[in-house]
Design a protein around this ligand. Structure first.
Ligand code: NOJ
Ligand code: NOJ
Length: 638
């Protein structure tokens, strides 16, 4: 019965988009009907999803007998397909959701699961496998293991480098809870050693190719890079609060952030999810939507470097990815170009014939709910030229600008996005098994559920989408700290990596009764390791040069990164901060530490004529500043 009624409702939503006039009473009524229907879906699907999700966790889960404690089985299915394994990625994402829920509301049963997870991962880290062992970290890149924590020796897409950062992110959520509740020594001695291995892996191997989250493409994957960046930023801060440090986290995070920007296609305004591989694809992939939702930080506003859900880039990308599925699935036929549709992994997918997935359709909704949270808490919504097509598809009269609750546009815009998000959930409801169970996929032609039954990740994706819809945000991860980061001009990022140390985490005993408490004093327990010397330094050049309209400034010097004294190969500076009072041109360039660099500025006229500044060459030896592998130079035209 509920499947039928939701399909009718989808029709109603479609009418709304065709009219596109959010003030219309009929639209308000239809959105309200959709909202009520999604409310009631969530009400029954939430307890069911929790129950089924926990069923898939060993050793006591109702569908996981034989799995070790704390082990997340991807799906109870043992054949067609055989998903009776534990994937590092799936498990980390599932536990991230569990830990966020636990942090919101203390629950001793969940705490036991979390402790079991920490212990299981401590053991798993030292299981040698076809990707390698723990001594140099290579084994951490293995994608999946047997459910009894032994290695899987069959052929597979390996390594998959998203596992370690995702696991670090999940575990850091629990370590922070321990700190906040006065259990500092547990965080330091039981959880941190596991996290530290994963952070070491992230800082050491981030710049090497591997398989993407869908286990198919060998190359560089946006989802993996974004997860790595977040883990390193969060790791640097957590290390400090634990009384230790993670120098590699701080020195590598900016390089990873720089590299993440390379996936953006500035001509078509979407993320190319796989680069350095995966060339046969158009690049639009739910990979990037998942990257956005798992990078959501409620304190970071609509910041686009970290691809926040409400950033103009992430919204333009949302539209591009969703649109890429409109015409390829029969079940999306007849839905107008601005209605919610079933979303798959990427349009060229052939796995099980290439179908929409629950977790990707849910992710499309979750990004929008996350965006709505930020707009609501910051009491403003900004439409830029980049996000305008996204908004205009929902509200045709939308124009660029910033709208606050006092403007007549604010509420209709938010309502339109909310209704659009709800319509993705209505699709999930109508395509789920009538009893609410969620496998991996649903048929592109008939809409029937198929592939791995009771996929743990599907339930987790439902629960996190529902949490965002209810206005429950995940804890901040410090994304705001990258605001204003100067990235190297011309996308020159450093590939610098830091060889890490790896130690088996042997302390796996959680003291009893760690119930909510109050934070202890700032710890000093773990001795500070020696900071790693910088190999590369991100040098920011700020030059004050008064220019005329049409002129540009370049930085030219003796090293290849500065064009080898050829002005046309030099670094183009950015005038984004230029004012008449402070005519500053800026660029950040990666240079080798210890290198002797000579340079000058040139002004390039509208007619391409080059004018060199006077005086002798400027010179310096590249050195890191105090805050990490970065430094700044302030110059004025001479
Ligand atoms: C199993 C992987 O998990 C899936 O993502 C992939 O599409 C198929 N193998 C085919 O390679
Ligand atoms: C296939 C998916 O492509 C991959 O992302 C996932 O880890 C495995 N199935 C297990 O769920």
């Amino acid at each position: 019965m509920h499947a039928f009624s939701s399909i009718l409702l989808l029709g109603a939503v479609v009418v709304q988009y065709v009219l596109g006039r959010p003030e219309d009473a009929r639209i308000r009524r239809e959105s309200a009907i959709l909202k009520r229907s999604v409310d009631s879906f969530i009400e029954k699907q939430t307890p069911f999803s929790w129950q089924r999700l926990l069923c898939n966790i060993g050793s006591t889960g109702c569908a996981a007998s034989g799995a070790a404690p704390g082990v997340v089985v991807a799906s109870p299915s043992k054949r067609d397909p055989d998903y009776w394994y534990t994937w590092t990625r799936d498990s980390a994402l599932v536990f991230k959701g569990i830990i966020d829920a636990f942090v919101e509301k203390y629950d001793p049963a969940l705490q036991t699961q979390i402790q079991n997870y920490v212990i299981s991962q401590a053991k798993l880290q030292s299981v040698s496998n076809p990707s390698g062992g723990l001594s140099n970290g290579l084994g951490l890149g293995e994608a999946k293991y047997m459910v009894d924590l032994t290695q899987f020796t069959g052929a597979w897409g390996r390594p998959q480098r998203d596992g370690p950062p995702l696991r670090a992110i999940a575990l850091m959520g629990y370590a922070k809870w321990l700190l906040d509740n006065g259990y500092t020594s547990t965080a330091q001695t039981v959880v941190w050693p596991v996290i530290k291995n994963d952070l070491s892996y992230s800082a050491q191997y981030w710049n090497q190719t591997g398989f993407d989250l869908w286990e198919e493409v060998q190359g560089s994957s946006f989802f993996t890079i974004v997860a790595t960046h977040r883990a390193l930023v969060e790791g640097a801060a957590l290390a400090r609060s634990l009384g230790t440090s993670c120098p590699a986290c701080s020195s590598i995070a900016p390089q990873v952030l720089c590299f993440a920007q390379r996936f953006w296609n500035p001509n078509q305004n979407y993320v190319v999810s796989n680069i350095n591989g995966g060339n046969g694809r158009n690049g639009r992939d739910a990979n990037s939507i998942l990257a956005s939702i798992h990078n959501f930080d409620p304190s970071a506003g609509c910041e686009s470097l970290t691809f926040q859900p409400c950033s103009d880039r992430a919204l333009a990308n949302h539209k591009a990815v969703v649109d890429s599925f409109r015409s390829i699935y029969t079940i999306n036929n007849g839905i107008p170009s601005n209605g919610a549709v079933a979303v798959g992994r990427y349009s060229e997918d052939v796995y099980y014939n290439g179908n929409p997935w629950y977790l990707t359709t849910l992710a499309a909704a979750e990004q929008l709910y996350g965006a709505l949270q930020t707009w609501t808490t910051q009491s403003s919504i900004t439409i830029t030229p980049l996000s305008l097509p996204f908004f205009q598809s929902l509200v045709p009269s939308a124009t660029t600008g910033t709208y606050t609750p006092s403007s007549p546009q604010f509420t209709p815009l938010l309502n339109a996005v909310r209704t659009y998000a709800d319509a993705f959930l209505a699709i999930v409801e109508s395509r789920a098994h009538p009893n609410g169970s969620l496998p991996e996929q649903f048929d592109r032609n008939t809409g029937r559920p198929l592939a791995a039954p009771d996929l743990t990740w599907s339930y987790s994706a439902f629960l996190t989408a529902a949490a965002r819809r209810a206005g429950r945000a995940p804890p901040t991860w410090g994304a705001a700290s990258v605001l204003g980061t100067q990235l190297p001009a011309g996308g020159q990022c450093s590939g610098h990596a830091v060889a890490g140390t790896y130690t088996r985490a042997t302390n796996t005993v959680f003291p009893p009764s760690q119930t909510p408490g109050t934070p202890g004093p700032q710890p000093t327990g773990i001795p500070e390791p020696e900071p790693q010397p910088c190999v590369d330094v991100l040098v920011t050049f700020e030059a004050r040069v008064t220019t005329l309209w049409g002129e540009s400034v370049r930085l030219v010097g003796n090293v290849p990164a500065l064009g080898g004294w050829r002005p046309e190969a030099g670094v183009l500076l950015d005038a984004g901060g230029y004012t008449a009072g402070n005519p500053v041109w800026k660029a950040a360039v990666v240079l080798a530490a210890g290198e002797r660099v000579e340079y000058k500025y040139v002004v390039v006229g509208a007619d391409s004529k080059v004018r060199w500044e006077g005086g002798g060459n400027r010179g310096f030896t590249v050195e890191a500043g105090l805050g990490g592998c970065e430094s700044t130079r302030g110059d004025s035209w001479q």
